[in-house]
Structure formats: structure tokens, C-alpha cells
Design a binder for this molecule. Sequence first.
Ligand code: NAD
Ligand code: IPM
Ligand code: MN
Length: 358
Amino acid sequence: TSTYRIATIPGDGIGTEVVPAAQQVLDAVGSRHGIRFDWNEFDWSCEYYARTGRMMPENGLEVLAEHDQIFLGAVGYPGVPDHVSLWGLLVPIRRAFRQYVNLRPVTLLPGIDSPLRDVPAGGIDFLVVRENNEGEYSETGGRLYRGTPEELAIQDSVFTRRGVDRVMRYAFDLAQCRSGRLASATKSNGIIHTMPFWDEIFRELAAEHRDVETSEYHIDALAAMFVLDPGRFDVVVASNLFGDILTDLGAAIIGSIGIAPSANLNPEGEHPSMFEPVHGSAPDIAGTGAANPLGQVWTGAMMLDHLGHPQAAADVMAAISSVLADTGARTPDLGGTASTQEVTAELLTALARTEVAA
Ligand code: NAD
Ligand code: IPM
Ligand code: MN
């Protein structure tokens, strides 16, 4: 049996609803693959902030470092400014553990209709590699000038050669393992310092990887192409902010933001990686039982893959597909009426059936 110490941070809102759902599914699939999860739960959240004035304890990162991986729901809730909650927990974890790759699959699952017209089954299947440690999300250069009618806010964007190079190399390697096509999201026509530098590094790496067919899209045109012709993409590499926006769009075209998975990877494995869905804490539906657990569950499959258990991950994906295709159990975001718990129960039933078949 392989045992993993997983730090869980359910966080806020629906995070506290979908994380336990995914844990049940992972425990169930683990038991038939000789995988044991030793879950260690932390209540770090906006509620914790209200109590303590911090999103996590001072030694929070050291505590997390003692775990194999981190499984997170979402943080952020009305009452605490988002920049406080996110920069008090999520962003520091991504940075401290050098999780510089944010891998976000955009795959249309069997049984789900894309909101786009005329997308055949399997017609959307690509990966967004989002830079996760620098770029437009920066702490430096912040200046706010008030006191005159011409108030002014300024903030740096930070693109280092090392930071851009490493995430792009990851994307090139990934493209080589797939169908060999890599698209880069740029905006070098409008953002005239950082983005030409981004393009320069992309082109250098393209010259090193002749077997990868590369293309460059301005981010605005790329967003349109996600809608008009998503089938053309295989791997897409993007900066932090562009990748953030593209992946909510990606989630939308595969049916719902409630199903899209995401992994914050430290590719070298020197630190824990963090697995959290694309969606947030959804305060608008928190507590109603309407949260779709599939994004968190699929994220769990990504964790299994990362831990070196592709068959267990495939079982989770098969259970998701069978629930979507064979049962009516769908949460309202997918047009159904089922609750988080009902969908979770169907997933567990589907897994149990796989066990009999195996
Ligand atoms: P959101 O993803 O929480 O919600 C956007 C919309 O999608 C809402 O209408 C919501 O109901 C719906 N939705 C999201 N997940 C769903 C699910 N699993 N099932 C069904 N419907 C779902 O984005 P937001 O409203 O911009 O942000 C809300 C809070 O979450 C903010 O505080 C934000 O900063 C935070 N946030 C946190 C993370 C994270 O911790 N990883 C990610 C994104 C947003
Ligand atoms: C995400 C979220 C975060 C991000 C926010 C909450 C800081 O939107 O993980 O996609 O922009 O990285
Ligand atoms: Mn986002």
C-alpha cells in the first residue's frame, strides 16, 4: 500500500462542500488500488481570518511542507477583501512551493454538451499551461496617487527569463508527448515591454524544438478562437493573467465552470504540488447543495496522476463519464436538479460497479 500525507484546505463557501465529496471518491478508488490517503485537514479560510486576523498561521507554509501534496477547495468570501484572502493563502502557497505550472485541462467529457454549437463528442481536448508564479500578478511597483483629480494606480508586471523559460519548456515537453502542437498567448502588439520578451523566449524554444508545431495568437483573437474553433488546440501556454481568463472560458466551453480541474505543479517534485479546481468558493450557491463536485473530483484524478497512479485516475474519470452518460444525476449548472451529495453517491456507485467488472 502507498500512503500519502495530504494537506486538505477546504477553505470557504462551496470548497467545504466539494472537498469532502472528492475525498470520499478518492478514498473509494484508493482502496481498490492500494492507495491510502492520510488526510490532514486545515480550517484556513476567511472564517479563520475573522478569528485570527490571518488566512493561515505564521508557520503555515512550514506545516504544509511536511505533506506530500495539498488538496484545496477554494478561498475567498464576502467580508474579507479578495486580495487579502488570496494573497494571504493561495498565492503564497503557489510561490513558496515553486508551483510555477498551472495545468488546466479543457476536455469535453462524454455525456456533456458544449454550449457551443456543432461540437462533436471529443471535439474539445487541450491543455492550458498557465504561468503561475509571476507575470501580471505582482507585488512590486504598486503606487497609488490620490489627492488630485487625476488619481493614479500603477503596478508592475514581472516576467523573468527563468520564469518564462521554465513554464514554456514544460509546455513544449507536454506538446511533444501529445500531438505536437503548441500555441502561445501573447499581446505584443499592445503590451510592448513584457510581451515581446515573452515572444522572444517562445521563439528561441521553438527553434530548439523543431518537432513541435508552434503558433502565436494575440490573447483577444485566441479567446475568440476558443469559441469558434476549439478543436484546433492541443497545448496552449499563457501568462498568469491570460491563463486565468482563458481557463474560465475553457471551463465554460466544456459545459460548466463547476467541472474544470486544475493542478498547481512543482514539476521538480522538491515541494508539494497543490490541487484545486478552476472555480472559486461560489458564495452565491454556498449552502444550497447545488455545488457541482465534479471539478474537485476531476482535480483529485489529476492528483492521482501526479502521484503516479494513472489507472486509479482513469477509474475516477470513467466514473465521472458513466455518471454523466448513464444517470440523470447532474447539478443545476449542468441543467440538472441533483445535489452535490446525490452526484457523489452516484460516483461511488459507479466506482463500485467498476470494481465488480475488474
Ligand atoms: P466562482 O468560480 O466562485 O463563481 C463563478 C460562478 O460559477 C458563480 O455563479 C458560481 O455559482 C458558479 N460556480 C462556481 N463553481 C461552481 C460549482 N462547483 N458548481 C456550480 N456552480 C459553480 O468565481 P467568483 O464568483 O469570481 O469568485 C468567488 C470567490 O472565490 C471570490 O472570493 C474569489 O476571489 C474566490 N476564488 C477563489 C479561487 C481559489 O481559491 N482557487 C478561485 C477563483 C475564485
Ligand atoms: C484561479 C483564481 C485565482 C487566480 C484568484 C482567486 C487569485 O481565479 O485560481 O483561477 O487568479 O489565480
Ligand atoms: Mn481563475
